[in-house]
Ligand binder design. Structure first.
Ligand code: HEC
Ligand code: HEC
Length: 309
């Protein structure tokens, strides 16, 4: 057993009494763990953006195969690796390089840590990066994690269908209808989708634009002045220089971009996240941008309505 098990033997060796989550370190080599599936992420240019490999323990697999749910204390770890490629005897081959990031979710059927912002909706949520793998860096699961897991809310928030070869038929199947025809796989937004053919700005109702923002952007961006998230707050964005919000750590690319945010520049950015400002930090996180013109219009409308102080 892991030496850390003394911390909280009644629940999880990876969780202390305050709900702080530590990263499992022996999941690649210990016989307790099993690789349950992998994802290859390809961006719009067809370049690969890396490999996501997911692991859990054998007891969790057995429990899920029998009951179709994750047991209390179940740990799922997703290791994100970059990629390398070359011509091998099988053809043009891409393979996983060094790990960059680890996402960890720990099942909590009890609601043990109601005041800890990394616990809720039945799970503890954590993030670790290669720069310092011992340091948990997520701040609030609602802004850092949950938005992207909404399409699988009815599967206990996990993309179980990717693991059916190991977890069995109870892991379910992918339903294409979950995304609204756009390629980023996020939940569709019925309110915005029912806007009909109207393109007249005066007819655009604020509720629909708020809903569009909530479903596409709010998982990473606050709409409050001073609000925190994986990305900078978008309150007061219009008129602001790119990469200039104090207190947020931007990429060098965003800081040195010669862009002032206007409805026009924002539209161009959302259409082509990578091409508009190469190497900005949103490229790997939100590669598809927003390809639907009506959705972009709604989102921009909402951002324009936000106060700057
Ligand atoms: C940019 C969207 C996005 C964000 C942000 C995100 N996830 Fe995920 N996550 C996904 C997708 C999509 C998958 C499955 C496919 C893949 O890996 O591309 C996934 C898979 C996982 C898995 C493997 C189990 C499963 O559901 O398939 C874990 C564990 C996980 N995420 C935890 C987290 C945690 C913890 C956070 C916050 C710290 C987080 N995720 C933030 C999109 C996201
Ligand atoms: C999965 C996370 C994620 C999602 C979803 C996301 N962004 Fe971002 N965004 C970021 C990150 C991280 C940055 C910081 C980029 C940098 O420093 O290079 C950023 C930066 C930005 C910036 C530059 C802000 C500034 O202060 O210069 C804008 C504008 C922006 N995002 C708009 C949006 C909009 C609009 C949406 C929804 C359609 C969205 N983003 C969705 C993560 C995300």
């Amino acid at each position: 057993m892991n030496a850390a098990s003394a911390q909280r033997p009644d629940f999880s060796p990876f969780v202390d009494g305050q709900g702080n989550i530590s990263r499992p370190t022996d999941f690649l080599t210990s016989p307790e763990w099993v690789h349950i599936g992998g994802w290859a992420v390809v961006n719009e240019d067809g370049d690969d953006n890396g490999f996501h490999n997911v692991y859990t323990t054998h007891d969790v697999v057995a429990h899920f195969r029998q009951n179709g749910v994750f047991p209390d204390g179940a740990v799922l770890i997703k290791e994100v690796r970059g990629s390398t490629n070359g011509q091998l005897t099988t053809g043009s081959v891409h393979w996983a390089a060094e790990p960059a990031v680890w996402f960890v979710s720990i099942k909590d059927t009890v609601g043990r840590f109601p005041n800890n912002p990394l616990w809720g909706d039945g799970w503890g949520w954590a993030l670790f990066a290669a720069a310092d793998p011992s340091k948990q860096i997520a701040k609030d699961y609602k802004s850092d994690c949950l938005g992207c897991h909404v399409p699988v809310k009815n599967r206990d928030w996990m993309y179980t269908y990717g693991y059916s070869a190991v977890l069995g038929s109870k892991a379910g199947a992918y339903e294409v209808a979950m995304s609204s025809g756009e390629v980023d796989g996020r939940g569709s937004d019925p309110e915005a989708a029912s806007m009909g053919g109207s393109t007249d700005a005066t007819e655009i109702d604020l509720a629909a634009s708020k809903a569009a923002f909530s479903s596409r952007c709010a998982s990473c961006h606050s709409d409050k002045v001073g609000g925190k998230g994986l990305g900078p707050s978008l309150a007061g964005l219009i008129g602001r220089r790119a990469g200039s919000l104090e207190g947020y750590r931007y990429s060098d690319a965003m800081k040195s971009a010669d862009v002032v945010w206007t409805p026009e520049s924002l539209d161009a950015y959302l259409l082509d996240i990578k091409g508009f400002i190469p190497n900005n930090k949103m490229v790997p996180l939100f590669p598809a941008g927003v390809q639907d013109a009506k959705q972009r219009k709604l989102i921009i409308q909402y951002i324009q309505s936000l106060p700057s102080e």
